[in-house]
Design a protein. Structure first.
Length: 88
């Protein structure tokens, strides 16, 4: 856990704002998700759907470049799970 950072809010138009220190590594214009429960405010970075699609395309291209394993995909016998009473 990191050491807490103390700051103050300030007025920005009709809103109350807070500056995030550079050490938080949140780029300007980043999309954030905020939740407030009691006195606790949680701020999370959200991923733009275009960023997620770009990441998935990149991962898919990496997998295609690796290719299938030599000899193809190994086939396995089906596994029968044992009946365990009171498990659920």
């Amino acid at each position: 856990m990191t050491k807490p950072v103390h700051t103050k809010t300030f007025k920005s138009g009709n809103s109350v704002a807070v500056r995030l220190p550079k050490g938080f590594a949140i780029p300007a214009g980043a999309e954030l998700e905020m939740h407030k429960i009691g006195d606790t405010v949680t701020i999370k970075l959200t991923r733009d759907s275009a960023d997620v699609r770009r990441l998935l395309r990149s991962l898919t291209a990496d997998m295609a470049a690796i290719g299938a394993p030599p000899g193809g995909v190994q086939k396995r016998d089906p596994f029968d799970w044992p009946d365990r009473k009171n498990l659920f």
